[in-house]
Ligand binder design. Structure first.
Ligand code: C5P
Length: 232
């Protein structure tokens, strides 16, 4: 299988992102473009990265009425993204509309994944928005709903990956952020996990930002992570 590392391009301008990516090899990683960079640089940058032969995960977490989400998904399919996501809490009709838009539109069929509960949300905050389920139960419930609605997988913490790997089909894709090697600074991430442990927990793809983007040699940091997971 091609590379499991997705480098999070958390930059605020197109030029910084392009300059950074010039040091990376598309055979050794994929890229994630999220709300900050997309707001700054727009679809042109997505196309630039795809032209450079990178697989792009467009992390815009769509959450809107089904018609609007389906239309946004069609535009993303036209851009040629490799993966994109929606909030599962948008509901089954919204998710099915997103999946149908992928299946019926264009030649590129990106992987569609869902966001269960944001990892920044606590049990107390879940209750504030009217959900009295335990957080872990809510994550499992939403992952199952995503699967029933045709999604290919979910973004989840490494802890949740372990839980979901035991109750979801083997081909259900788990994408995990919060990755740090032993020597990396944790930054604002509260719960972090090493690349090898994330793979052992059942993650299929690891989203890695600052350990690579802030490294003195990003390509060396990427090589070290790839070598760590190659031995799992
Ligand atoms: O720099 P770092 O490795 O912490 O970056 C992780 C990336 O994954 C960021 O783009 C962040 O927004 C994203 N992310 C996350 N936790 C989630 C979902 C996405 O850290 N639950």
């Amino acid at each position: 299988m091609k590379n499991k590392i997705i480098v999070a391009l958390d930059f605020n301008s197109s030029s910084r992102a392009v300059e950074f990516v010039d040091n990376l090899d598309p055979k050794l990683c994929r890229l994630k473009i999220g709300k900050e960079l997309f707001t700054a640089a727009g679809p042109n940058l997505v196309e630039t990265m795809i032209k450079k032969e990178f697989d792009v995960f467009l992390d815009l977490k769509f959450h809107d009425i089904p018609n609007t989400v389906a239309n946004a998904v069609r535009v993303a399919v036209d851009l040629g993204v490799w993966m994109l996501n929606v909030h599962i809490s948008g509901g089954s009709t919204m998710m099915k509309s997103a999946k149908d838009a992928i299946l019926s539109h264009g030649d590129c069929k990106p992987i569609l994944i869902g966001v269960t509960v944001l990892t920044s949300i606590s049990n107390a905050e879940l209750s504030e928005i009217g959900i009295d389920n335990d957080l872990r139960d809510q994550v499992v419930k939403l992952a199952k709903l995503a699967h029933q609605s045709g999604l290919d997988g979910v973004v989840c913490s490494a802890e949740e990956a372990k839980l979901l790997r035991n109750c979801m089909p083997a081909d259900f894709i788990l994408v995990t952020p919060g990755i740090r090697r032993e020597q990396d600074a944790t930054g604002d991430q509260k719960r972090v996990i090493t690349p090898s442990q994330a793979i052992r927990n059942g993650s299929d793809y690891l989203v890695v930002g600052r350990p690579i983007t802030q490294a003195s040699s990003p390509s060396a940091a990427l090589a070290a992570i790839n070598s760590e997971i190659a031995s799992v």
